[in-house]
Design a protein around this ligand. Structure first.
Ligand SMILES: [Zn+2]
Ligand SMILES: [Zn+2]
Length: 480
């Protein structure tokens, strides 16, 4: 009896040994890196048990079991490592019966080593690569905290490919794009809205001696400050939109450049052949869909005095300020033109221009003077879109005591210009002398703009996504 029991035990032991999961000859484990993420991959083990299969893999890092990952895919992201330190990594296969390859002879486990070039430590681990929202960031690193710490703790949502709604996928903002656009080096964040521009410019000597239309640091600062102050919420809890302007200043921004041009002007506008050719020659194709393209010639349409042109819901614009390219004019015009790209019109949601109560840089009343800050219909130099807080004005019955901010503000306005604040309502066409008498409304630009409308894949000619092209007024006499 004892002999038979021992024999059974021996047979069982032989059977078990024979059925351990094994890695086929030539199998390996290896680590590759992309955008600061280290991916551990390995070849699959076989389970010889009849009807059996591999259930999971255990990952040991420097002799400590750090992760158990599903049987497929055979990969996980290494996290919590310290730059410059060599780690030994061992992969062990388990089948559904709990048998594991580690007991097998040589080749039962896969080993590799890895020395990361980035990382500040923490607890080593290897996280599954499942990516529910398809943004190329594994769910395990999209921690949903709203705070970006690193490529392995991004703070973004695992269920929203564009957590901050700026039109740039989280994976692109953290890893760079699949076509090699290094957005993270440009400072993008998956939890804070980013707005990117490339500016190319002309140098010419038309009208006012040799001069460059390159956007200055001062104009960039003015534009960036206006967007930074935007009342726009972000997942990181801060307000504002972060602007980056590539004007060839170096570092990550080497795309902006001077465009060689013999006469300083282009024929046509944003839909014309000159613009298209310049964009093809000077704007890297992998920026398409991520950057707004700004061309700054002396003039367009050869001799036009128009200060610019832009696509509505697009990505192309011209800022053409001839000899009037002060920092203020450049910043104001660029914010105006990109406003069109982002979907705004001269009346916000309509083309009606010059509305006294539409307090936006989109309004010709305020484009060059800047918006109003003290409740009258005259600009005070501030660069801003409207937040839509001003009451409507009925041109058939304007209440002068109410001014543009309403009766509570205590700032009356003499709409009919008779030097009296009339008690009775007055009937005046107060916008653009358009001969129409109607109700003029403000518009909440900041809530309406669409950063994800940068989608003009053709590079120049408005496609179906571009609603319109708007040609601007000349620079007003007072601002030349
Ligand atoms: Zn010029
Ligand atoms: Zn305009």
């Amino acid at each position: 009896m004892a002999r038979r029991r021992a024999l059974v035990a021996l047979l069982v032991a032989v059977a078990v040994t024979a059925c351990l999961p094994t890695f086929p000859d030539g199998s390996s484990a290896r680590v590759s890196t992309s955008g600061g993420l280290a991916l551990l991959e390995w070849d699959p083990a076989d389970d010889p048990d009849a009807g059996g299969s591999i259930d999971r893999y255990l990952i040991e890092i420097d002799g400590v079991v750090r992760a158990t990952v599903p049987a497929a895919p055979q990969q996980c992201r290494l996290v919590g490592l310290t730059a410059g330190r060599a780690y030994s990594i061992v992969v062990t296969a388990y089948d559904r019966a709990g048998e594991y390859s580690g007991d097998a002879e040589d080749g039962g486990r896969l080993t590799t080593s890895y020395t990361p070039s980035t990382g500040t430590g923490g607890t080593p681990g290897c996280t599954p690569t499942a990516d529910a929202d398809g943004d190329r960031l594994p769910d395990a690193v999209e921690t949903g905290t709203g705070t970006y710490l690193s490529a392995t703790d991004t703070g973004s949502s695992p269920n929203d490919p564009d957590t901050d709604d700026d039109g740039i996928d989280d994976g692109d903002e953290v890893l760079g794009t699949v076509v090699g656009l290094d957005l993270p080096t440009m400072g993008t964040s998956p939890v804070h809205q980013d707005l990117l521009f490339e500016v190319d410019w002309f140098v010419d000597s038309i009208d006012c001696g040799t001069h460059s239309h390159r956007i200055s640091d001062g104009a960039v600062d003015r534009l960036a400050a206006a967007f930074a102050a935007a009342p726009v919420a972000n997942p990181d809890g801060e307000t504002g939109i972060r602007v980056a302007v590539d004007r060839g200043q170096g570092g990550a921004f080497t795309g902006g450049n001077q465009v060689p041009d013999a006469d300083g002007v282009i024929a046509g506008g944003v839909s014309g052949g000159d613009f298209g050719q310049i964009k093809r020659d000077h704007f890297a194709a992998n920026r398409e869909g991520y950057f707004h393209y700004v061309l700054m010639p002396h003039r367009y349409n050869l001799t036009s005095t128009s200060s610019g042109q832009a696509e509505v819901n697009g990505d192309d614009m011209i800022v053409s300020l001839y000899c009037s390219h002060s920092d203020g004019n450049v910043a104001n015009t660029m914010m105006h033109e990109v406003g069109h790209n982002l979907g705004l019109r001269h009346g916000g949601d309509e083309n009606t221009n010059d509305k006294p109560n539409y307090n936006s840089i989109m309004n010709y009343r305020f484009q060059f003077p800047g918006v109003d800050t003290n409740c009258n219909p005259i600009g005070n130099g501030r660069l801003d879109y409207s937040s839509g807080t001003r009451p409507s004005l009925d041109e058939n019955a304007l209440v002068e005591a109410a001014g543009v901010c309403g009766p509570g503000a205590g700032v009356p306005w003499d709409w009919d210009g008779d030097s009296t604040i009339d008690v009775d309502p007055v009937r005046v066409d107060v916008n653009d002398a358009d001969g129409l008498f109607g109700v003029l409304h403000d518009h909440d630009d900041w809530s309406a703009i669409r950063l994800d409308a940068v989608d003009d894949s053709d590079g120049a000619v408005p496609n179906a996504l571009v609603d319109d092209v708007i040609t601007e007024q000349p620079v007003p006499e007072a601002h030349r």
